[in-house]
Write a protein that binds this ligand. Structure first.
Ligand code: SAH
Ligand code: MG
Length: 209
């Protein structure tokens, strides 16, 4: 499957493998009747376009949450810094212009609502039950845990939680997202669905709150 009808997979910079993107697209289509989709961590819009494309096909909505100031590893001098994403006028890293460009190229502006803010600020008064939540924001243990615990409460019964960068073995990658997903499972109300590459997936079977 191509990334979208309008844009090719490799034309958007990002951190998502093809099989992970295709899985997000399929899941978003499956849960369309349950509620809208929301992602934390859009960067230049790669995951956004996979999810957004599914929302277009089902006339659903994707809320795309990112402060666009980048994670630690995206800052100037860090391992994943991309000089094209530096905003000269404001003298800071800023992925929002590139993100907007991706949405426009993919013709998704009628199905994706960008929310340029910190995840913990957005979740505070969030009240709409969600069909799918994709977490790919801050990857520290503390941030991944806060995102997974807070947003998992906003998922409707039957809806799914997908978390990126799940590495059960410490030698394969950071443990933050993995431990956060396990904490959601241990808290109850979710069943395990699958793991596709580094994408871990749970489904809410019962609201425990
Ligand atoms: N899903 C993207 C990659 C996301 S990279 C893809 O498919 O390519 C992680 C993103 O999370 C960065 O853009 C960063 O700005 C954002 N981020 C990190 N911490 C955040 C927070 N607390 N709130 C909102 N966004 C955050
Ligand atoms: Mg990631």
């Amino acid at each position: 499957m191509s990334l979208s009808k309008f844009i090719s997979a490799n034309s958007i910079r990002g951190f998502l493998a093809d099989d992970e993107g295709e899985t997000l697209h399929r899941l978003a289509k499956e849960v369309a009747a349950i509620g809208p989709c929301l992602e934390v961590g859009s960067y230049c819009g790669k995951s956004t376009v996979y999810l957004g494309d599914a929302c277009r096909e089902t006339n659903n909505t994707l809320y795309a949450v990112d402060h666009h100031a980048g994670s630690e590893e995206h800052q100037v001098g860090e391992e994943y810094h991309d000089p094209d994403l530096y905003n000269d006028r404001e003298q800071c890293f800023d992925s929002f212009p590139m993100f907007k460009r991706s949405l426009k190229l993919a013709q998704l502006t009628d199905w994706v609502v960008p929310i340029v803010s910190r995840s913990d600020v957005v979740v505070r008064h969030w009240a709409t039950p969600l069909g799918l939540v994709f977490i790919d924001g801050g990857h520290s243990h503390e941030m991944a845990l806060a995102d997974c615990m807070s947003w998992s409460r906003k998922i409707a019964e039957g809806g799914v939680l997908a978390v990126h960068d799940i590495f059960p073995k410490p030698e394969e990658g950071g443990q933050g997202p993995y431990l956060a997903l396990e904490a959601v499972f241990d808290a109850g109300g979710f069943e395990r669905v699958a793991q596709v590459n580094s994408l871990g997936i749970l489904r809410k079977i019962r609201d425990t709150y």
